[in-house]
Design a binder for this molecule. Sequence first.
Ligand code: ATP
Ligand code: MG
Length: 463
Amino acid sequence: MKTQELASQLPEAARVVVGALEDAGFEAWVVGGWVRDALRGLPGHDVDVTTSAPWQETERVLAAAGLAVHETGTAHGTVTAVWHGVPVETTTYRVEGAYSDLRHPDEVRFVTDVREDLARRDFTINAMAFHPERGLLDPFGGEKDLAAGVIRCVGEPARRFGEDALRVLRAVRFAVRMGFSIEPATQAALLAAAPELDHIAQERIGQELDGILASGRVAWALRNEFAVMAAAVPELAPMAGFDQRSTYHAFDVLEHTARVCAAVEEFAGGECPRTLRWAALLHDVAKPATFSLDVAGCGHFFGHPEAGARVARQVMGRMAIPQEVVEGAVALVRLHDWPVDKTTHSVRRMLVELERNAPGQGRALAFQLLDLKRADAMGKARKCWYYATELDGVTRELRRELARGSVLTVRDLAVDGRDIVRACGIAPGPGIGMVQRQLLAAVVAGELENDREALLAWMAVGE
Ligand code: ATP
Ligand code: MG
């Protein structure tokens, strides 16, 4: 029954790949994420196939069956077969040898038994195979753990995290994504192995962290797996237990950050942009480093947004997060404490400043900045919460301003460089930029309409 139900959800491409390999005398199974997600009723996952065929045979058989085959990872026995635009990664049964550098298996050894291949996989829920006729192959109890909502290592946890420390972060990513708990022996081993994350390539850490943020539940990871988060991003470590010594704050920097991360998800209504998620995580990262006490014994954090922006750029940059996401998140961190109010002038300044910090993203970031500020207020002491509602007036003005066709950069001005040369009688060159910036400032300040005649007249007077 269950076999039929799962089989009916299997993409045609996977059925064709498995069928062709088995018709040629090999064995093949669907594995990994597709099986896990299909058992949870989420059959959208891309399909991976594992097979007894050596990759050269896989390539020959699938090409003969009419599929396009690409050699995407033959060192690990992987080729990608494409059937009507749907890719199926197909990998020879394999195990990995010793991991002396905790990163790359020293060798990949091909094997003949699918169970050996399943045994090398990280967690029980990821170590199941499915075949449209033979059904589910689940030697480690993945289905039971899936039903119970548990992340559990395949085999002995300490050894598994010792082989590849990235699994520490993967465990947390799967736990937050699926709302699962981590089985106690797995959790104990994971904590012990967390420091080994500093041997892992930054890009791999970045991918997992991005996945944790994408779950919308990074707050859970900050509260329950902070040792792992701080091992992945050492810059986060000083936030834990950092007393802000301020009547505006009811929590330490870490709990405040967790609250802000949770609140941006709420304010963004389930569609929280990646830039806003990164910014929420890192917005106060420089607070401990910029802390000072005044004579009255109150804590201050002068310059923490600017310092935080530098840290954010460093962290995201070394993790090879896409440049556009870095620019957007850095701009939000830098401006998260910037005063805004519901006047047109203030909203225009916010737009111009965001656009200047992250070209091309000003409009989108303006809404995100207001959500970040709302979330920031809600993560403080009760007396600050009113500010979150006050920002609704700013959002309304922002919508009106954008509907009017807001001017974000000098390129949006109703005159171009040639007009300026003509109107001011100056030679083409840096002078043009100066005039453009003056015009922009005057338009943003509301002293001037962004209207061609008005701008030309203004320049004529200035002459
Ligand atoms: P996602 O939906 O996040 O892509 P996935 O299960 O497909 O989930 P991948 O990282 O794409 O995860 O890896 C595919 C499969 O390979 C996993 O299900 C797991 O069986 C195995 N795997 C991946 N990375 C590791 C690892 N570091 N250690 C052990 N097994 C791994
Ligand atoms: Mg995958």
